[in-house]
Ligand binder design. Structure first.
Ligand code: TNX
Length: 517
């Protein structure tokens, strides 16, 4: 904070997103980035910082080694108070820049903040004099990409990881299967990719990740301190499974809703044995009373668990409208038990929260509205009641596939129409759902479903700037605990990141709500 005698100094908005836990703007002149500036300390963090400085300033001469005014280092337990995982402290004055992370992740997040601080001043680039102490509010900070409705290449996924990591997200949830296609190669069940991976929504080409692709995505995510949470959506959203294994699939339930959706989109009704390329949900189900179903699930989850270093396996459970409710509970109980037997923590969408017998460690993902409807909050409370926690993904705020502009063909509108940036930002996790407090919340995740989204450009267009609102909900202090947590501050700070994000190749769409610097 400025002291009274510096009131004549105009301190521009410091564009850091997500807002840090504590920031003090110092009276010192800024640190000037000279062409030969050197970085000492941790080599990985140093190289990452050098690359970001080079991108932002266009200067190729930054050195990542040597005696230097910029130091980046890990000091385990050295951050007071707290020193919690992923935290960092950054001190900048005219003479030097000192970044200390409590661990490699904390150091990485400090590097992201430093890059955001680089400001052009005439012909020079400077880092304003600040002292920042920062740590995440929630341990789980996720983005989800649906690679089933449209397949997205490993390169695209890696590019999305880069965007998310720059905002201090630490989880990539991959929605690997749905009615329209199966996207992950498994040795135990080769028919899945042989037979069921060739389609996408709208007749677009399909695709799948080889085991090597998947390993590459995991490595890339890990290098940016993100884990991968793979999702196999069960027992609904499984039309594609039925292409490979007809004996496991129930006949599609052709409700009025399914017929309506088919008509609206000029698409065919789901037909057994025929790839489905429409956008309806809730018609398919695996056979719940057939042991071959559990052999299948065991094979799939066992292999996926072995391929996935992170602690979570997401087993879906949403919109199982083609499954009898009692059968649904029976199925979710067995499937979450299989995940637990593999040493993983199961995650399901909130629908399974009142399924009797699900594994008590199961994490629930809430996708209802900011003002809950249809008892969805009650289902979310079910996970807390059995001693577990929830991930918050309120659809009318941080579903990144919701339209941001009614006139744009990209995106859907079922979650209360167009989702403005302001609505994406203006909610508070700790008070979102009655009976679900701070300690019951594992984190926040922003999903992107891809019925209408085909390319990295489409992904960027839908993600920015709303993805930053989700990042701030996940990382920053509660709205009541920080002056920076206002819509006015957020829109200015996000706009201020335009030059950095453009220099990194992120596609930033025009927004009526904020101005990109
Ligand atoms: C609902 S919300 C779904 C997805 C769709 C999405 C489109 C949830 C868990 N499931 O199957 O792709 O809406 O926005």
């Amino acid at each position: 904070m400025k002291s009274a005698d510096q009131n004549d100094v105009i301190v521009p908005t410091i564009a850091i997103v997500p807002a840090p836990a504590r920031i003090e703007v110092l009276a010192s002149p800024a640190f000037r980035l000279t062409p030969d500036v050197q970085i000492a300390g941790d080599p990985d963090a140093g190289a990452a910082l050098a690359a970001l400085i080079q991108a932002r300033t266009g200067d190729r001469s930054v050195l990542a080694h040597g005696r230097a005014p910029i130091t980046v280092r890990i000091e385990a337990g050295g951050l007071e108070p707290g020193g919690s995982a992923e935290s960092y402290r950054l001190e900048v004055d005219e003479e030097s820049v000192s970044l200390v992370g409590t661990d490699a992740a904390g150091l990485f997040y400090g590097v992201q903040t430093l890059a955001q601080l680089i400001t052009r001043q005439g012909e020079a680039f400077v880092i304003p004099a600040v002292r920042i102490e920062d740590a995440p509010r929630f341990a789980y900070r996720g983005v989800m990409l649906d690679v089933a409705r449209h397949f997205h290449s490993a390169e695209t996924v890696e590019a999305y990881v880069d965007r998310a990591a720059a905002l201090k997200f630490n989880v990539l949830h991959l929605h690997l299967s749905d009615d329209q296609g199966w996207r992950i190669q498994l040795d135990s069940r080769p028919e899945l990719t042989d037979v069921a991976s060739g389609s996408s929504v709208g007749g677009d080409p399909g695709g799948f990740y080889t085991k090597a692709d998947y390993a590459r995505i995991i490595d890339h995510a890990a290098s940016r301190h993100m884990i991968v949470v793979p999702e196999i959506d069960l027992p609904g959203h499984t039309h594609a499974v039925g292409l490979a294994y007809p004996q496991l699939a129930e006949a599609p339930v052709l409700s009025d809703h399914i017929r309506e959706v088919a008509e609206q989109h000029g698409g065919a009704l789901p037909t057994p044995g025929v790839p489905y390329d429409g956008m309806a949900v809730g018609f398919s189900s695996l056979r719940i009373h057939d042991e071959r179903t559990y052999d299948f699930v065991t094979d799939v989850l066992t292999e996926l668990a072995a391929m996935t270093p992170g602690p979570y396996l997401h087993v879906g459970g949403d919109e199982a409208l083609g499954t009898d409710p009692e059968d649904f509970a029976l199925f979710m109980a067995r499937v979450t038990a299989i995940a637990v037997s593999l040493g993983k923590t199961p995650v399901t969408w909130h629908e399974a929260g009142d399924a009797e017998g699900i594994a008590p460690t199961t994490i629930g993902q809430y996708w209802g509205f900011l003002t809950p409807t249809d008892g969805m909050d009650e289902k979310a409370r079910g996970f807390v009641a059995h001693g577990s926690r929830v991930i918050l993904s309120p659809a009318d705020a941080i579903y990144l596939d919701m339209k941001y502009d009614a006139g744009n063909p990209l995106g859907l509108t079922w979650a209360r129409g167009v989702t403005s940036v302001e609505r994406a930002y203006s909610w508070e996790p700790g008070t979102l759902l009655d009976g679900i407090g701070e300690a019951d919340i594992l984190g926040v995740e922003a999903p992107m479903w891809t019925e209408t989204i085909r390319t990295l450009d489409d992904i960027d267009e839908m993600a920015f700037p709303r993805i930053a609102a989700a990042a701030e909900a996940a990382w920053s202090p509660a709205t009541t605990a920080s002056e920076l947590r206002t819509w006015e501050s957020f829109r200015e700070r996000v706009g201020g990141l335009g030059p950095l994000w453009k220099s990194l190749g992120f596609g930033l769409p025009h927004s009526d709500e904020l101005t990109w610097a």
